[in-house]
Design a protein around this ligand. Structure first.
Ligand SMILES: C[S@@+](CC[C@H](N)C(=O)[O-])C[C@H]1O[C@@H](n2cnc3c(N)ncnc32)[C@H](O)[C@@H]1O
Length: 366
């Protein structure tokens, strides 16, 4: 097939999230014992649906409204099948590479024609940024990291963030070296409602949100930089340096690579909405709901929540994040659900994907 022909066939829309910005370590702990059960996951870039395979479920049903996001999962499936772990990291952008185009070809070799065509059309971007760097959200971080951060902090200061040190010294580093007046100006400008809406997130996202994004980000930076150890944080590393260091997101770590690769046939991809899945009459034992509730009005949220409960087995867990819009089990359904508060608190303290303000683990009563 001619290149132009291939490209004109790929019309999946845009990738928003080329990698998962939700911490799979806390997600998998929150889901509990799922051995032999059915799980459901929002796809996004696919990483967390793949991480859920480590729980040894019977299957993970993956849904997403966006064909481009589903294509991210297809790419990963091809990559786990056809690449070594070192090659996988290079393709994704976690490690430097001069051979990403060749790796992309190898990873997509056995995919369906449309997915292959889609990724072929993105080959130059993949070569430059890695497959985990080609989304709108990652582009937003790249502008921040390449053009704005250097106006505020030297390379040495940025590198120093990732030196492991005890908590009191992390606080001192944040107060004395990082949180300068220049940093605060940058934070207020870059994470303003207007700029975030334009460059990273949909404007619609802010319809149900209170407070300023920059105030929220400042609070969460303190969590990531002081409460947690930045040296262990792959998300912070990518934002500040455009790639990963020693720390990797859970499903990208070597110790899980072969296990995930051996269970790929348990992934069941259902392009479309979560609402479509829950109306099929099938039930599940655990849901990774990303932060989709934030995109819904409170009324719509209550309706969708109820339909999820109807598609849940007793004991099923609903796991989700909130960034700025508060969402928890609607009042009218509280008698059907128990909040696992102790587990939530433990996992919130460990959550490395630091921009979320709330992490929710709810369990359907038996
Ligand atoms: C809610 S967004 C959040 C992304 C996330 N913060 C991340 O790090 O990847 C994740 C995905 O949910 C999908 N999505 C949103 N609402 C959905 C729904 N009702 N059903 C299925 N997918 C949905 C979007 O297309 C998007 O790919």
């Amino acid at each position: 097939m001619q290149t132009a022909q291939i490209e004109s066939k790929a019309d999946f829309g845009q990738i928003r999230y080329a990698q998962l910005w939700e911490d799979a370590d806390v997600l998998t702990q929150a889901l509990g014992d799922c051995q032999g059960k059915t799980l459901v996951s929002i796809c996004s870039a696919g990483d967390n649906a793949l991480a859920m395979l480590t729980l040894d479920p019977q299957r993970v049903v993956v849904v997403d409204l966006s064909p481009a996001q589903i294509a991210c999962l297809h790419l990963r499936i091809g990559a786990y099948r056809n690449l070594t772990h070192a090659e996988f990291l290079q393709l994704m952008g976690a490690r430097p590479s001069a051979q990403r185009k060749a790796l992309l070809k190898k990873a997509t070799a056995n995919l369906d024609t449309a997915s292959r065509a889609f990724w072929h059309s993105l080959r130059d971007d993949v070569e430059r940024h890695g497959a985990g760097g080609v989304g709108k959200f990652e582009r937003y971080f790249r502008i921040f990291q390449r053009y704005l951060l250097p106006l505020v902090h030297s390379r040495r200061t940025v590198d120093d963030i990732f030196v492991s040190r005890p908590k009191p010294q992390r606080q001192e580093f944040l107060d004395k070296r990082f949180n300068t007046w220049r940093w605060r100006v940058l934070l207020n400008l870059f994470f303003s409602r207007l700029v975030m809406g334009r460059m990273g997130r949909d404007r619609a996202f802010f319809e149900h949100v209170e407070g300023s994004p920059s105030q929220h980000v400042a609070r969460r930076i303190s969590h990531a930089a002081v409460e947690c150890d930045p040296a262990e944080n792959p998300y912070l590393h990518w934002i500040m340096k455009g790639t990963h260091g020693k720390a990797l997101p859970m499903p990208w770590r070597k110790e899980f690579f072969d296990l995930i690769a051996s269970r790929l046939d348990r992934i069941e991809i259902r392009p479309g909405s979560l609402e479509a899945f829950v109306s099929t009459g099938e039930t599940a034992c655990g849901y990774n709901l990303s932060d989709i509730f934030e995109y819904m009005s409170p009324d719509m949220f209550a309706k969708v929540y109820e339909s999820i409960l109807n598609a849940s087995q007793p004991g099923a867990r609903l796991v989700y994040w909130n960034m700025m819009a508060p969402r928890r089990v609607p009042e009218a359904l509280q008698n059907k659900v128990e909040t696992l508060s102790t587990l939530e608190e433990t996992l919130k303290a460990q959550d490395k994907a630091f921009f979320y303000s709330d992490f929710v683990v709810e369990r359907v009563k038996e």
